[in-house]
Design a protein around this ligand. Structure first.
Ligand code: UDP
Ligand code: MG
Length: 373
């Protein structure tokens, strides 16, 4: 199972495909993926998630799955959306590397080796970039705006955030919580969890069968989701900085306005009760108090949930002794998870970052790692 092209030695690759009314495409996609995997002599599984299709998709998938054990299907009771479909697929995926692809044949499986190469070079997440896009203008233009705004606000440098074609080291997916329509922000969510994101240009094809599932409403939903995502990534651990910061700005303006009026009043420069500036100053001070208290509330909620949720991710550990049993304590659980991940990883990657080969004459050199003999 060695894929010579990329230097990775992966026992199993999972490909998660969300499908909503894509009956004509799933068989063709399966054949295309199979051809690429066979070429690489790579073991793989395809996990189709039928997101409540109302066409012949369930039948087409049932046929594929009954013929081949490595073609798996999850069927939703109704349409729950792409993010939910991806989430279900991720939890079923058993591979060390997990791909996602759209079912509509717009993503070209021939690009898979390029994703693997980027992972071998050190990326945890590789996102496709539809540099030449075969979609109508009402899709490409909003998409340009979306990518520009998200890139600027999230500080993640990608040309294309919402490409359905992506590859992940499985441990990145364990840190991912997807719901609503957050699939558009996966690179942002994972970047802020500390994973390394790379981008590869991909061949994009025009939709052959069926029609697009998304209309203009996605722009508005995307804009709202962006605010939510920013709050949960960039500013997640410091609500008081965000809201308190805004409060300080408003408060300073209001304080300056009211101080000015107070001075006027003291030196007897006319009545101030009828000045619009008085109203303005009071409004500013009240707004400031509101922002401050929201920030404090946020801080309070943050303190409560910080003990239950992991806010950080661990890449590696050295000489950490493990308790064999989970104590239910956050840090113990995290260390345990990281160590398990390391053990699992040692089995499948031939140390992609190693610059020197270990020589067999190193019998007496002191070593930091535990002896495995
Ligand atoms: N999709 C899904 N559930 C939905 C909408 C879409 O699983 O509610 C799938 C769809 O079948 C396709 C992928 O998500 O495989 C991308 O959808 P689409 O091609 O309509 O998006 P576009 O390419 O137009 O952005
Ligand atoms: Mg599409």
């Amino acid at each position: 199972m060695d894929t010579e092209t990329n230097g990775l030695n992966v026992a199993l690759i999972s490909i998660v495909v969300p499908a909503y009314n894509e009956a004509e495409s799933v068989k063709i996609l399966t054949d295309e993926i199979t051809a690429v995997m066979d070429e690489m002599d790579q073991a793989f599984e395809i996990i189709f998630v039928d997101d409540g299709s109302t066409d012949e998709t369930p039948k087409a998938l049932a046929e594929l799955s009954s013929d081949h054990e490595h073609i798996k299907t999850i069927t939703f009771r109704r349409n729950f959306g792409k993010a939910a479909a991806l989430d279900a697929g991720f939890s079923a995926a058993q591979g060390e590397i997990v791909f996602t692809m759209d079912a509509d044949l717009q993503d070209d499986p021939a690009e898979i080796p390029n994703f693997l190469r980027a992972i071998a070079e050190g990326a945890d997440v590789v996102s496709g970039w539809k540099h030449v896009r075969h979609d109508p203008i009402d899709k490409t233009l909003p998409s340009k705006v979306f990518n520009g705004v998200v890139g600027r606000l999230s500080a993640v440098k990608l040309n294309d955030f919402n490409c359905g074609f992506k590859a992940y080291r499985s441990e990145a997916l364990e840190a991912l919580t997807l719901y609503g329509e957050l699939h558009r922000f996966i690179p942002v969510l994972l970047h802020w969890k500390g994973f390394r994101i790379a981008e590869v240009p991909v061949n994009h094809r025009a939709r052959q069968y069926g029609k697009s599932k998304y209309g203009i409403s996605r722009l508005f939903k995307g804009a709202l989701d962006l605010m939510g995502v920013m709050l949960n990534t960039r500013f997640a651990t410091r609500p008081l900085h965000v809201f308190g910061g805004a409060g300080m700005v408003f408060g300073t303006i209001g304080f300056a306005a009211l101080s000015y009026l107070t001075v006027l009043w003291f030196i007897g420069a006319g009545p101030i009760g009828n000045r619009p500036l008085l109203l303005f100053g009071m409004l500013m001070v009240m707004t400031a108090f509101q922002f401050l208290t929201i920030g404090l509330l946020g801080e309070f909620i943050q303190r409560q949930s910080a003990t239950k949720q992991r806010r950080y991710t661990i890449r590696d550990t050295q000489n950490i002794q493990l308790r064999r049993r989970s104590t239910g304590h956050l840090v113990d659980d995290l260390l345990l998870a990281a160590a398990r991940m390391k053990e699992a990883q040692a089995k499948w990657t031939p140390q992609p970052f190693a610059t020197t080969q270990p020589s067999d004459t190193s019998t007496n050199t002191p070593t930091k790692t535990r002896s495995t003999s």
